[in-house]
Design a protein around this ligand. Structure first.
Ligand code: TUI
Length: 310
């Protein structure tokens, strides 16, 4: 079941990628996921280039397996950060929150595998034409910056539109989700929220507690009026944001309210006024474990789920 062209392409044991979550996905988490047979990723988020370089070098000391870096294309440092991953010869680059077309040539030249996250068929098609290695089709069940289509609807449409392998993301938190994604034609999955509560993850205990206590309807999407919708915990910040949006606040005003709030939530544990990004699967993430135990649960759960399908 877990046989996938992605395993050879990325030199990994299981076609399970960890989401490249800003402030959350550090070298420790990425290395733990890679050591457990998946593909760990460092989330570059808004990291300055030197901080990213240090994180990459740390990951190299923690694992001898391949790992990747997720580059958030709205970062003000995007150009310099691309330079760093090229100099450090990072083997896999995923991108988010934009169109990475202009960077693909330089990344391919040093042999990096490039796997953009898309939220639409149109961008998947365009990026296949410019030579990306695989596509992550991310549904709006995800935490953080999201598109408008669900994983269930998006994945099969992207699968039909491209020949390269498709990785499903958004709404996947256990073996059932993995099998569902493969049934839709995906050849791999990307999982974020489930790994946030891992013991190796440096997210603040209060942030982890939010995920462990969350229910199905604990998240909301804010920021649609700015063109950058973001799924977060329905907390004081989310309510304030919604109120401002209703009053017709400017994009600048809304951006000011959001600035620095992800770090406040993840690192300082400000779960009321911080931006607590989490996916809709948080409602079924109820246990903190090591990354190895989470991977074992995901992989070992597959035969049981498959047996129920006949
Ligand atoms: O990138 C993500 N999720 C993220 S990035 C992030 S960092 C952040 N911090 C504060 C405020 C806002 C963001 C938090 N979560 N996921 C990948 C993703 N990419 N989801 C959707 C997209 C996407 C959307 C539109 C990719 C491309 C796109 O189209 C751009 C175009 O030019 O066509």
């Amino acid at each position: 079941m877990l046989n996938s062209p992605l395993c050879e392409l990325l030199n990994i044991k299981y076609p399970i990628l960890q989401g490249g979550m800003a402030w959350v996905a550090t070298a420790e988490l990425a290395a733990a996921v890679s050591n457990a047979g998946g593909l760990g990723l460092i989330g570059a988020g808004h990291m300055p280039p030197d901080a990213l370089r240090a994180e990459i070098q740390k990951a190299k000391t923690l694992t001898s397996r391949p790992f990747g870096v997720n580059i958030m294309l709205m970062s003000p440092f995007v150009r310099d950060v691309m330079g760093v991953v090229i100099e450090e010869r990072v083997s896999v680059i995923t991108t988010g929150a934009g169109n990475p077309a202009e960077y693909i040539g330089a990344l391919k030249e040093i042999g990096s595998k490039v796997i953009p996250v898309v939220a639409s068929v149109a961008l998947a098609r365009r990026l296949e034409r410019v030579g990306v290695d695989a596509i992550i089709a991310e549904g709006m069940e995800s935490g953080g910056h999201v598109g408008e289509i669900t994983t269930m609807a998006l994945v099969p449409q992207v699968v039909d539109a491209v020949k390269i392998p498709v990785i499903a993301a958004g709404g996947i938190g256990d073996a059932r989700g993995i099998i569902a994604a493969f049934a839709l034609g995906a050849r791999g999955v990307q999982i974020g929220t489930r790994f946030v509560v891992a013991q190796e993850c440096i997210a603040h205990p209060k942030y982890k507690e939010v995920i462990l206590k969350a229910r199905d309807r604990s998240t909301v999407v804010t920021g649609a009026s700015t063109g950058h919708p973001v799924r977060i915990l329905e907390n004081k910040l989310a309510r304030k944001y919604a109120e401002l949006e209703k009053q017709g606040a400017s994009i600048e005003e809304l951006e000011r309210l959001g600035a620095g709030k992800l770090k406040a939530a993840v690192r300082d544990g400000d779960i009321n006024h911080g931006s607590v990004m989490l996916g809709q699967v948080a409602g079924m993430v109820n246990e903190t474990k090591t990354v190895a135990a989470i991977m074992a649960e995901l992989v070992d759960g597959i035969p049981t789920v498959l047996a129920k399908l006949h």
